[in-house]
Design a protein around this ligand. Structure first.
Ligand SMILES: [Zn+2]
Length: 271
């Protein structure tokens, strides 16, 4: 599932090519993948993209008619920009553009969606307004993390996955950040000291920035807007490596279920 770095890679790529492009036509081949919550059924045909933003794992494509296309890739979604339209399987929504290029929303397992909203409705849309701070932004601080965890009896891993606490982190980067911080995922969040919160806050930032620099993690399905894989899987320390030796100390990595999610950690390096 694409997490913050993967969605940010796509955002940066689309921000280079979409602004100024007009939507010539829109084809929906799976109705549930395209939700139009605005008055205009034909939106966004004829509209010009003005900006490409990201909030957590959401992509927001703004148009000159004050509409926002809110894209969530979920498990297997991809937003592909083809300068020359190509035949692809599992494309659910296509936007033909005025330069002959095509923006295709491809989604094998069909959990993802493109939602058309007025810009005003997007600004007040509960899934967005409830999101916690961006971990690469100024509001993600050791003091914030310390305060946010004081009443949380849940495991710190579970708290990191809570989008209302911090936006954009999923299973990969929760496990990787906790390893980098030397913190065991099962530790109750409220038991973290100020020192541990500082380490974790910084580790989250470093792990996400490193993945961004590597083009994101393509563990299974993730592809960027050009259809290419991210390279970060080579740098993963624990995610997907349960039972393998820790790259730091050689101990066997433990694999447990935590809050319904597979969790991998080093029993020696993480306390
Ligand atoms: Zn270790």
């Amino acid at each position: 599932m694409p997490e913050l770095p993967e969605v940010e890679v796509i955002r940066r790529q689309l921000a280079d090519v979409l602004p100024g492009r007009q939507v010539a036509c829109c084809t929906v081949t799976l109705a549930k993948a395209f939700r139009n919550l605005t008055e205009a059924v034909s939106a966004p045909c004829g509209e010009v993209f003005t900006d490409v933003r990201r909030r957590g794992k959401y992509l927001l494509l703004d148009t000159d008619k004050a509409h926002t296309l809110l894209v969530h890739l979920r498990m297997t979604g991809a937003l592909l920009y083809d300068t020359t339209p190509v035949e692809r399987s599992h494309v659910r929504v296509r936007f033909g553009l005025d330069n002959g290029a095509e923006l295709a929303f491809r989604d094998v397992r069909t959990f993802g969606s493109v939602t058309v909203l007025t810009a005003a409705a997007a600004a007040a849309y509960p899934p967005l307004t409830k999101l916690g701070p961006e971990p690469l932004g100024p509001d993600w601080t050791p003091a914030y993390l310390y305060a946010a965890t004081r009443r949380r009896t849940a495991a710190i891993k579970t708290v990191l996955l809570n989008q209302e606490i911090v936006a954009g982190i999923g299973n990969i980067y929760a496990d990787e950040s906790l390893f980098a911080a030397g913190i065991r995922p099962t530790r109750p969040a409220r038991k973290l000291s100020k020192v541990a919160c500082r380490r974790l806050c910084e580790s989250v930032r470093h792990v996400l920035e490193a993945s961004l620099a590597h083009g994101g993690t393509s563990f299974r399905d993730y592809r960027d807007s050009t259809g290419a894989r991210g390279d970060n899987v080579r740098y993963l320390q624990v995610y997907g490596r349960g039972g393998a030796p820790c790259r730091h100390c050689g101990a066997t990595l433990a694999k447990v279920r935590l809050g319904g999610r597979t969790t991998v950690y080093c029993p020696h390096c993480q306390r």
